[in-house]
Design a protein around this ligand. Structure first.
Ligand code: GAR
Length: 203
């Protein structure tokens, strides 16, 4: 059966593009919509060019919070489109707790570090400046914290020879594109259970 998946973006949309193109090329039994809190997000044009329906959340205020109106809109989108997974891909808003509770194990995020290290919006910079040799990326379920939910998959990236932050970001981004798609396939193909913080696949 075809699963309906929403990808939420705020800007560039390279993770979104990679997910859309890889899924199309592999004929995954999925149908996507793309949702953005930013009408100027570059990713919207990319999605439209690929032929994917896009929805813009209207009147988003500045900052991390979603308005109650937008939260209701997201709930409506999930129900109306029968969405089984929401993949946050550079969506720079916090999903309200009540939405996460209404749709358990539905919201998934990608973060550009090996969590729980380097949470927050400057993850690659923080890792590079800390001097870690191995950083990476994490796909995790969203909980009510920021970058704290149960981990689905991680991929390490050796940034020891990167000469600046941009290079480290690029190396990590390449890994993100691979990891997010692997995680999507895993979520679609395998049963899982969450025990405490641990996501266990295979039953
Ligand atoms: C990605 O690096 C993603 O991991 C990060 O924003 C970037 C979006 O790029 N997300 C976060 O930092 C969330 N905490 P993209 O729009 O090209 O996919």
């Amino acid at each position: 059966m075809v699963k309906k998946i929403a990808i939420f973006i705020s800007g560039r949309g390279s993770n979104m593009e990679s997910l859309l193109k890889k899924s199309l090329s592999d004929n995954l039994p999925v149908q996507f919509i793309v949702v953005s809190d930013n009408p100027k997000a570059n990713g919207l044009k990319i999605a439209e060019n690929i032929g994917v329906k896009t929805i813009v959340l209207e009147n988003c205020s500045d900052g991390w919070k979603l308005t109650d109106e937008n939260s209701e809109k997201i709930e409506q989108i999930i129900k109306e489109h029968n969405i089984s997974l929401v993949l946050l891909a550079g969506f720079m808003r916090i999903i309200p707790k009540q939405l996460i509770e209404k749709f358990p194990s539905t919201f998934v995020n990608i973060h550009p570090s090996l969590l729980p290290s380097f949470k927050g919006k400057n993850a690659q910079r923080d890792a590079f400046e800390y001097g870690v040799k191995i950083s990476g990326c994490t796909v995790h379920f969203v909980d009510s914290g920021v970058d704290t939910g149960p981990i689905i998959m991680q991929k390490g990236v050796d940034i020891s020879s990167c000469i600046n932050i941009e290079e480290a970001k690029n190396e990590i981004l390449k890994a993100e594109h691979e990891l997010y798609y692997e995680a999507l396939k895993l979520l679609l193909s395998s049963k899982y259970t969450i025990i405490g913080r641990r996501v266990i696949f295979g039953f």
